[in-house]
Design a protein around this ligand. Structure first.
Ligand code: SAH
Length: 237
C-alpha cells in the first residue's frame, strides 16, 4: 500500500482546484477538519482543509499524520509580502519558516516600531532546538518543478496569527528575520511535521503586498494550486 501525499490549504478558495484535479473517491470529516482522498496518476493524495491560523493548522496536521501516515506534507496557499521587491503572483518556497507569534518584550520602549512586541525564537534553557525546516528532497523537487516558472524565490516564510499592514513593521520583520512573506499556517505545519518526522514543504503565492499597496488577489490561490499540481508530478516519481 502506497502512503499518500498530504496536501493542505487553509481556505476553500485554496482547495477547489486541487479537489477537482485529484478526483476524490472518499470524503472524511473529523469535527471541523475535512479530508478528501483522491489520486494523481497512481499516487494517492489526501487533501486537507486546515482552517485558518496556526492552532487549526497544528491540529489538522497532527490528525492527518495519525489518520493517513502521509509520506510527505505539501502545504500551500497565499501569503502577504514582507518586502516591496515582491509582487502579487510571485512564488515563495519555504526553505525555513520563522514563527512570528512568539513574543518577548523589551524592558523599555525605544524608537523601534515593533516595540514592545518582538517576535522571539523559542529557546529552552536546555538549548533544545525547535525546528521549522523543509525537507531537502522536497526542496530539490520544487527546484526542478519550478525551474521554468518566473519569479520564484526560495527562502524564509514568516508565519503566525497575524496580518501586518504597517509598511514600517513589514520592513522591520523582513530586516529582523529575513522573512519574505507572512501567512498563518506554515509554522504549525513545519513544527508538527518536524516533530513527527514527516517530510514537509510549503509553497506560497503572494496574494497581497501591504508595503506597495497591492490588495488581496484571489487568483493567487489558483496559482498556488496549479504550482502544487506541477510539483506533485515531481514528487511521486
Ligand atoms: N483577505 C482574505 C482572507 C485571508 S485570511 C479574504 O478576504 O478572503 C488569512 C489567510 O490568508 C491565512 O490562511 C493566511 O495563510 C493567508 N494570508 C494571505 N495574506 C496574508 C497576510 N498578509 N498576512 C497573514 N496571512 C495572510
Amino acid at each position: 500500500l502506497k502512503h499518500p501525499i498530504l496536501i493542505q490549504g487553509a481556505m476553500d478558495s485554496e482547495l477547489t482546484l486541487l479537489i477537482q484535479a485529484t478526483a476524490p473517491h472518499k470524503f472524511e470529516q473529523v469535527g471541523n477538519f475535512r479530508f478528501w482522498k483522491g489520486a494523481v496518476a497512481d499516487t494517492p493524495v489526501v487533501i486537507c482543509k486546515t482552517g485558518i491560523g496556526v492552532i487549526n493548522a497544528a491540529a489538522a496536521t497532527a490528525l492527518a499524520v495519525q489518520r493517513y501516515s502521509p509520506r510527505c506534507i505539501l502545504n500551500q496557499g497565499t501569503a502577504g509580502a514582507h518586502t516591496r521587491a515582491l509582487a502579487v503572483g510571485d512564488v515563495i518556497v519555504g526553505e525555513q519558516v520563522c514563527y512570528l507569534s512568539s513574543f518577548s518584550t523589551e524592558r523599555s520602549r525605544g524608537e523601534d516600531p515593533l516595540n514592545p512586541w518582538k517576535p522571539a525564537a523559542f529557546q529552552s534553557p536546555e538549548g533544545e532546538t525547535i525546528s521549522y525546516h523543509a525537507n531537502e528532497v522536497m526542496l530539490r523537487a520544487a527546484k526542478a518543478a519550478l525551474a521554468d516558472e518566473p519569479r520564484v524565490t526560495f527562502g524564509c516564510i514568516g508565519s503566525g496569527d497575524l496580518w501586518t499592514r504597517d509598511p514600517s513593521s513589514l520592513q522591520a520583520l523582513h530586516d529582523m528575520h529575513g522573512t519574505l512573506c507572512e501567512e498563518m499556517e506554515a509554522a504549525a505545519v513545519y513544527l508538527t511535521a518536524n516533530n513527527l518526522g514527516v517530510p514537509v514543504l510549503s509553497i506560497r503565492v503572494i496574494s497581497n503586498n501591504e508595503g506597495t499597496g497591492e490588495p488581496f488577489d484571489p487568483n493567487s490561490a489558483l496559482r498556488a494550486q496549479e504550482l502544487t499540481l506541477k510539483l506533485l508530478s515531481f514528487l511521486h516519481t
